[in-house]
Design a protein. Structure first.
Length: 332
């Protein structure tokens, strides 16, 4: 079968691999679409994702497709089912799993990170992380369930009520999902901040009430919820400054491992702020599927590029312009 293999730092190659066979508790999925994530860029450049990746490895952790075969113990799906794969596999006997925080488990493994993922025609995954998708959710949209689930996990970590006013910093794909998700969870006003007038226009179409281009607009502080979806020191610092008294700041954007930013500790004390990190997506797939099925989150229109496996490296190298979100068409 055809696969795109990462053999080392910035070393990708199309190879002919043997089609994997599912173990007793696994599902073999014929991949239709695989999303390209910022984490893939990190792994391609030698940085860790949800866990370290050891080449040779097939990346791709945002996957949808059809069930091609099942192990003898699998009961939740059958051959021919349309499915999406939650990449993250937790270790049951880890302390963090036992205390309700499996995403922090030291034994984390992941499809497309520590085991071969969706940048190949067929891949395997434990049946516990394979989810059936509704008929009204396309394969292309279903490949977006994983990033949606990461957004939903972040939302689950903060306290939301309808009276709140929220600001999403970041006008990219994740920021666009947050604008929709916060509204779906009942926040009465969601504003957006970014640097692209075109993307901010899209945020408006998705329901953002006020838009701010941070290159030319001033933003008044006073937000009950601030979501930082960029991962740069300047936007992380701004997120804290934009928060109201009693506000909650969700640090969602992924910075470099050695990155830091200056913070006014008195401001945190005086405002009584909550600063919350968010890591991956534990058990958020069901809610994410429901939000897609109901139309409360629209993801397919946010996809700007449909690529082949041969074009993935150009995308990771930044050679393809104006990418909002890219997916790879792996098979029909």
């Amino acid at each position: 079968m055809k696969a795109l293999v990462l053999n080392g730092i910035k070393q990708l190659a199309i190879e002919d691999l043997e089609q994997p066979k599912p173990q007793d508790d696994e599902v073999l999925v014929k991949i239709v679409y695989a999303g390209i994530c910022g984490t893939d860029k990190h792994l391609y450049g030698g940085l860790p994702g949800s866990a370290p990746a050891e080449p040779p490895i097939v990346l791709g952790h945002e996957n949808s497709g059809t069930v091609a075969a099942i192990g003898k113990n699998v009961t939740n799906v059958k051959v021919g089912d349309r499915v999406a794969i939650d990449p993250n596999i937790y270790k049951d006997d880890d302390f963090y799993t036992r205390t309700g925080r499996p995403e922090l488990s030291d034994g984390l493994s992941a499809v497309g990170v520590t085991r071969d993922g969706g940048f190949e025609e067929y891949t395997t995954a434990p049946s516990s992380v394979v989810y059936s998708i509704p008929e009204n959710v396309s394969f292309k949209a279903a490949a977006m369930i994983e990033p949606i689930s990461c957004v939903i996990h972040g939302i689950n970590l903060i306290k939301l009520t309808p009276y709140q006013k929220a600001l999403v910093i970041g006008d990219g794909f994740i920021g666009q999902l947050f604008v929709q998700a916060l509204q779906s969870y009942g926040v009465h006003q969601v504003d957006a901040a970014g640097i692209s007038d075109e993307k901010l226009k899209k945020m408006k179409e998705l329901g953002a009430v006020e838009n701010f281009n941070t290159l030319k607009d001033d933003i008044k502080s006073g937000y009950d919820i601030v979501v930082e979806a960029v991962g740069l020191p300047a936007t992380q610092k701004a997120a804290i400054e934009m928060a109201a008294k009693g506000g909650q700041v969700l640090m969602f954007g992924v910075g470099k491992p050695d990155q830091t930013f200056e913070i006014n500790t008195y401001e945190i004390f005086q405002k009584q702020l909550t600063i919350q990190g968010s890591f991956i997506n534990p058990f958020a797939f069901e809610d994410s599927i429901a939000l897609l099925q109901s139309g409360n989150i629209e993801a397919e229109s946010l996809i700007s590029h449909e690529l082949s496996l041969e074009e993935v490296e150009d995308c990771l190298e930044g050679k393809i312009e104006n990418v909002n979100k890219a997916v790879v068409k792996v098979s029909d």
